[in-house]
Write a protein that binds this ligand. Structure first.
Ligand SMILES: [Zn+2]
Length: 731
C-alpha cells in the first residue's frame, strides 16, 4: 500500500495503513440539526477520501445516551430511558439515511450508542485502569470525595461561579448561562478524577505535538485554559440521584457520569475492553482517532479526554480538530426565535444531497464560522453546480454523442492536421492541459489534507472554468462543420472528457452521487470511489469507449418558486424523507422540534430592490412592481447552431446554450436581418421562462431580446460587450 505523509497543517507521525475518524456522539436529548449534519458530512468526506486511497478506514458517529436529562425526558414522555434514546436515535438514523451518510450509502461504519452492552464492559475496564493509576504527581488518579455545588442537567456539567447567573431572589437556584434554566444543587459523595495533577502533562502534550489541537486559535484557547489551573472533575453521581448510566466498577451505588462515560465510546466502539469488538474492528488496529468536534465541546476533547487517556495509559488521539458554527447570512446565530433555523427536512426536500454537501464544504472555511441560508444555497447550486460542473459535463457529453457518434474520440492530432488546429486557435501541445490538471490535483489534495476544503474546491472549479473557456474558444460546433478540423474537434472533446474523469475522482468524497453519475455517463466501468487520485494519469481515458446515457446532474433550481415553497412550508407541516415528530412528542427542549408551529414567524424576505431597475422603468408606459419584473427570467445564452427554416423568410431556428444541461431550441424572427452564420457563437439575452410554443413544426423554448429600430421595426439584438458565462441571470 502506498503511504504518504499528510503535510501542511497536519503533520503525521502515525502509520497510514489504517485511519479512524469520529464525529462527536450527539446527546440523545435533541433531534438532529444542521450542526450534526455538517460534522457528519465533513467526516464522511474525509473518510471517503481515505478509502479512495486504499487506506482501511473506520468512521464513527453515534449518540451519547446516559444521564439525568434523558432520564427526565423519558419520564415526561412515559418511556424507559432506553426507549427515549431509541426514539431519538430513530430520527438520527432517518436523517443519516436521507442524506446518504449511513453504512448502506458508503458512510459511517458504526452508529455508536453508549447504551450498548459492549460499551458498558469497555468503559468499566477503562475506569479500572484509571482507578489503579497514579497521576504524574504520584497521587491516585481517581479518588472518592464529596461534591457540593451546582449542576446543569442540559449541559451535563457542574458549574462554577463564573458559569452561572446568580439568582434574583435569595433562596432560588442560580441559572445556567447557556440554557437559562435553573441549576440543580448537588451535595453527595462522588468519585473525582484528579485533573489538577495533569496540567503540566497536558501542556507538554500541546507543545510537543503542535497539531494535536487545531486550528491554532483553538489550541491557544485550550492552552491558556490549562495554564489557568485545572480543578478536579466529579466523574460519578449517586445511583439514587442518577440511575441511567454505567455503574462504577466495584461500587454500584455510583453511576459514572457523562463525560467519562461518553468520551470513552471512541475506544469501546472499536474494541477496547471487549474481545468480540476487538476481533470485529480492532482497537489495536485503528486507534488513535482523528476527532472532529464543535468548538463548543473542544475542552472536553482536548483537556479531559487526553488526561483520562494518560491515566489509563493509552495513546493520545491523532488530533482534535474543532470546526466553527453555522450562522445565518447576516452573521446571527441560528435560532428559533430569529426564525432563521435551517431545517434538515427542507434541505432534503428541495436540494440534491450533493448540493448540500458541496455547500457545506465550500461555504465554511473549516475552523471558522460559516453562513448558511437557503438563498445562498440555491445561488451556489445554480452557479457552481448547474451552470458549472453540471453544464460542463452535459455539454461535453452531448457534443460527444452528437459529433463523435457517442464514443470517446481520440485526442491525438496527426502531424498534417496540426497547422489547421493551430489556425483554429487550439493549443496542440497536450502537456499544457495535462500539466495544468496535475498541478490542480496536487493542490486540491494538499488543501484537502489540510482541512482547507473550501480552497480545495476553489481549485477544482478553476479547472471547470478553464475547460469552459477551452470549449468556448475552440467552438466545437464550428469545427464540426469543417472536415479538415475533425481531429481538432476530437481533441477538444477528448480533453474535456478526460478532465471530467479527473474531476469525478477528486470530487468523489464531496459529491459521491454526482461523480458516480459523471463516471457512468463517461462510460467508464467501476467507480471513482476506488481510484486513488494520486494515481491519476493523463490520457488513461480510452478512446472508443461508448459513453452512457447523458442525464442532467444538477437541474437549475427556480429560486423564486423554491423560496416561496420553503417559506410556506415553514408554516405547514412538511412531508419529506426526514420525518419530524409531532410537537409534544419530542424529547425535551424546544430545539428538539423542527417545524413546530411556533417557529413559523419567518416572513418572506422582501424582494430586493435595485435602484437601477426602479429608475430604468421610469418614463416607460407604466410602472411595474419589482416582483413583476423578477417573474421574467432573463438569461445569457450562447448560440450554438443557427439555420433558416424552409418556407419561412422571417424565422431562424437556433440552438442556444443558456447554461442548462441541454441547449434550447428557439425560433427567432430575425432571418431578414441576420445571417445564420453570423449568429453562431454570439452571446445574447434570452427570456428563458416564456411558455414554450410550437411554430412550423418546432417548439420554441424561449425568446431573444432585441431592440426594435426604425420604421420597419428592424431587430437589433441585445448583446454583451464583456465576457459573461452562459446562463448568467439578467436583473
Ligand atoms: Zn446549561
Amino acid at each position: 500500500m502506498e503511504n504518504f505523509c499528510l503535510a501542511g497543517a497536519f503533520h503525521l507521525t502515525f502509520s497510514m495503513n489504517t485511519f479512524y475518524i469520529t464525529t462527536p456522539i450527539f446527546y440523545a436529548n435533541s433531534l438532529p440539526h444542521l450542526g450534526h449534519l455538517y460534522v457528519m458530512i465533513v467526516s464522511d468526506a474525509i473518510a471517503r477520501h481515505k478509502r479512495q486511497q486504499g487506506i482501511e478506514t473506520y468512521f464513527l458517529t453515534g449518540t451519547d445516551e446516559h444521564g439525568i436529562n434523558i432520564e427526565r425526558a423519558a419520564r415526561k414522555a412515559g418511556r424507559t430511558p432506553k426507549g427515549q434514546a431509541d426514539h431519538v436515535v430513530n430520527y438520527f438514523k432517518q436523517m443519516t439515511a436521507a442524506f446518504g451518510l449511513d453504512t448502506e450509502h458508503g458512510g459511517y461504519d458504526i452508529f455508536m450508542r453508549t447504551s450498548e452492552p459492549f460499551h458498558y464492559e469497555g468503559v468499566g475496564e477503562f475506569w479500572r485502569r484509571a482507578a489503579r493509576a497514579k497521576t504524574p504527581k504520584g497521587n491516585d488518579a481517581i479518588y472518592k470525595g464529596h461534591y457540593e455545588g451546582w449542576f446543569c442537567a442540559p449541559c451535563a456539567a457542574y458549574k462554577t461561579e463564573d458559569e452561572y447567573e446568580k439568582p434574583k431572589n435569595p433562596g432560588e437556584p442560580p441559572t445556567c448561562l447557556v440554557h437559562d434554566t435553573p441549576l440543580d444543587r448537588v451535595s453527595e459523595d462522588s468519585y473525582f478524577f484528579r485533573l489538577s495533577d495533569y496540567g503540566e502533562a497536558l501542556l507538554d502534550l500541546y507543545e510537543s505535538r503542535p497539531d494535536f489541537v487545531q486550528p491554532e486559535t483553538r489550541r491557544n484557547e485550550v492552552t491558556s485554559f490549562v495554564r489557568g489551573g485545572l480543578q478536579d472533575l466529579s466523574v460519578s453521581r449517586l445511583r439514587s440521584s442518577v440511575s441511567w448510566g454505567v455503574p462504577v466498577p466495584d461500587d454500584p451505588e455510583h453511576t459514572m457520569y457523562v463525560w467519562f462515560d461518553a468520551l470513552t465510546n471512541y475506544i469501546t466502539a472499536i474494541g477496547f475492553g471487549n474481545e468480540e469488538r476487538e476481533h470485529a474492528v480492532g482497537f489495536e488496529k485503528f486507534w488513535p482517532a482523528l476527532h472532529l468536534v464543535g468548538k463548543d465541546i473542544l475542552r472536553f476533547h482536548a483537556v479531559y479526554w487526553p488526561a483520562f487517556l494518560m491515566a489509563a495509559g493509552l495513546e493520545q488521539p491523532r488530533a482534535v480538530i474543532a470546526h466553527g458554527m453555522w450562522l445565518d447570512p447576516n452573521g446571527r446565530k441560528l435560532s428559533k426565535t430569529l426564525g432563521n433555523v435551517i431545517e434538515l427536512d427542507v434541505l432534503n426536500k428541495h436540494f440534491p444531497i450533493d448540493a448540500v454537501r458541496y455547500f457545506c464544504m465550500r461555504e465554511m472555511v473549516f475552523g471558522q464560522d460559516g453562513r448558511f441560508g437557503y438563498e445562498g444555497l440555491i445561488d451556489r447550486t445554480n452557479s457552481d453546480l448547474a451552470s458549472g460542473l453540471g453544464n460542463l459535463s452535459s455539454r461535453t457529453l452531448t457534443m460527444i454523442s452528437r459529433y463523435s457518434d457517442g464514443r470517446i474520440p481520440s485526442g491525438v492530432i496527426s502531424e498534417d492536421k496540426l497547422l489547421a488546429a493551430k489556425r483554429a486557435g487550439f493549443d496542440t501541445d497536450e502537456t499544457t492541459i495535462s500539466g495544468f490538471v496535475e498541478t490542480a490535483r496536487n493542490q486540491f489534495l494538499q488543501h484537502f489534507e489540510d482541512f482547507a476544503f473550501s480552497k480545495a474546491l476553489e481549485v477544482a472549479w478553476s479547472v471547470v472554468a478553464r475547460m469552459d473557456k477551452m470549449i468556448s474558444d475552440a467552438k466545437p460546433w464550428e469545427l464540426a462543420k469543417d472536415e479538415n478540423q475533425k481531429q481538432t474537434l476530437n481533441a477538444v472533446l477528448y480533453r474535456a472528457a478526460e478532465v471530467l474523469r479527473w474531476l469525478s475522482v477528486l470530487l468523489y468524497p464531496v459529491m459521491p452521487g454526482a461523480t458516480e453519475d459523471i463516471w457512468k455517463q463517461l462510460g467508464i466501468s467501476g467507480s471513482p470511489a476506488r481510484i486513488n487520485p494520486r494515481d491519476l494519469k493523463w490520457g488513461e481515458l480510452s478512446d472508443g469507449t461508448n459513453i452512457g446515457e447523458v442525464k442532467p446532474l444538477f437541474p437549475r433550481i427556480d429560486k423564486v418558486k423554491t423560496m416561496k415553497e420553503i417559506d410556506s412550508a415553514e408554516v405547514q407541516s412538511p412531508k419529506s424523507n426526514v420525518q419530524v415528530p409531532d410537537s409534544g412528542m419530542h424529547a425535551t427542549e424546544a430545539d428538539a422540534v423542527p417545524n413546530a408551529p411556533n417557529q413559523a414567524e419567518t416572513v418572506p424576505a422582501p424582494a430586493q430592490q435595485h435602484a437601477t431597475q426602479a429608475e430604468a422603468v421610469a418614463g416607460v408606459a407604466s410602472y411595474i412592481d419589482i416582483t413583476e419584473f423578477t417573474k421574467v427570467d432573463l438569461r445569457v445564452g450562447q448560440v450554438l447552431t443557427a439555420a433558416r427554416i424552409p418556407k419561412s423568410d422571417k424565422l431562424l431556428l437556433l440552438t442556444v446554450d443558456v447554461g442548462e444541461e441541454k441547449p434550447r431550441t428557439i425560433l427567432a424572427g430575425i432571418a431578414e436581418y441576420y445571417e445564420p452564420e453570423s449568429m453562431v457563437g454570439r452571446k445574447i439575452a434570452v427570456v428563458s421562462n416564456l411558455k414554450p410554443r410550437k411554430m412550423r413544426g418546432h417548439e420554441s423554448q424561449g425568446m431573444l431580446l432585441a431592440a426594435s429600430v426604425g420604421e420597419g421595426d428592424r431587430p437589433v439584438l441585445a448583446t454583451f460587450t464583456e465576457e459573461v458565462p452562459n446562463g448568467a441571470r439578467l436583473k
